[in-house]
Design a protein around this ligand. Structure first.
Ligand code: NAP
Length: 254
């Protein structure tokens, strides 16, 4: 039998989170900062304001806002370089950034389909490929991607988004198989409806209809997604890989 491996403590680890200026990404960053991790908050916009907020929480030593646009390979490489330059390693990647461009398929044009796939699925492909090199060298890594319940169930008006999230789950399982022997786990957290800007714009009748279908009878909070991520990135979670963890108030039970 293989000897028990020793992993760096969370307080010695470095995380990079995409889409971390607000919503679920910000909640994940905060929770990892609280756990003692050094956290790079990937920001497409609002990096200066995020750095101010981090300063108030942990000081500038353990948290940094880094510019990061998932639709741009050069931006991804630059963000990763700045993390490696600053802290010398990257142990945790959370692919959280995501967009919606909702429309019934008959009215959806190809650009709207491609844009969502590019940010939500090709983005994580670019990001994972970039971090695998340092993680393989370290022989340690924790990758978690945020999909959605609709990646399994589908949703009218979200053919582009549902395809991107279902694809993200299949992508993650495939990469999990490729890197399992290197001490790197690859998992997915699949939220149901969470209170963020993404759901704030839903019309009242849609919100009440959705609430009726959620057994827990409320939308989730960003911290509740962060909690599942925190569990999966723990060094002790090394035997969990290729998993899709639902956090949806009982809305869908795979
Ligand atoms: P949100 O409040 O709309 O925030 C989206 C985040 O993604 C923002 O930080 C945004 O940055 C970032 N982003 C968008 N395009 C980007 C790009 N090209 N490059 C880098 N970052 C980009 O959404 P959220 O609710 O926190 O969602 C976070 C994740 O959870 C998403 O993947 C979403 O699909 C998933 N999810 C959410 C729910 C929900 O009910 N809220 C349910 C299931 C899954 P900017 O501020 O610069 O635009």
């Amino acid at each position: 039998m293989k000897e028990q491996e020793t992993y760096p403590k969370l307080s010695e680890q470095v995380a990079l989170i995409t889409g971390a200026n607000r919503g679920i990404g910000w909640a994940i960053g905060r929770m990892l900062l609280d756990a003692g991790v050094r956290v790079a908050f990937g920001c497409r916009t609002g990096a200066d304001a995020v750095q101010e907020r981090i300063r108030g929480l942990s000081g500038d030593e353990r948290g940094a806002a880094v510019l990061l646009d998932m639709s741009d390979s050069a931006s991804i490489e630059a963000a990763l370089d700045s993390v490696l330059h600053r802290w010398g390693r990257v142990d945790i990647l959370v692919n959280n950034a995501g967009i919606v461009r909702d429309r019934l398929l008959l009215r959806m044009d190809e650009a709207e389909f491609r844009e969502v796939i590019d940010v939500n699925l090709v983005g994580p492909f670019r990001m994972v490929k970039a971090v695998l090199r340092p993680m393989m060298k370290q022989r340690y890594g924790r990758i978690v991607s945020i999909s959605s319940v609709v990646g399994s169930t589908g949703n009218a008006g979200q053919a582009n988004y549902a395809a991107s999230k279902g694809g993200l789950e299949a992508f993650s399982k495939s990469v999990a198989l490729e890197v399992a022997s290197r001490g790197i786990t690859v998992n997915v957290v699949a939220p149901g409806f969470i209170e963020t800007d993404m759901t704030a714009g839903l019309p009242e009748n849609v919100t009440s209809g959705v609430l009726e279908r959620i057994p827990v009878r409320r939308f989730g909070r960003g911290e509740e997604i962060a909690h599942a991520v925190r569990f999966l990135v723990d060094p002790a979670a090394g035997y969990i890989t290729g998993a899709v963890v639902p956090v949806n108030g009982g809305l869908y039970m795979p």
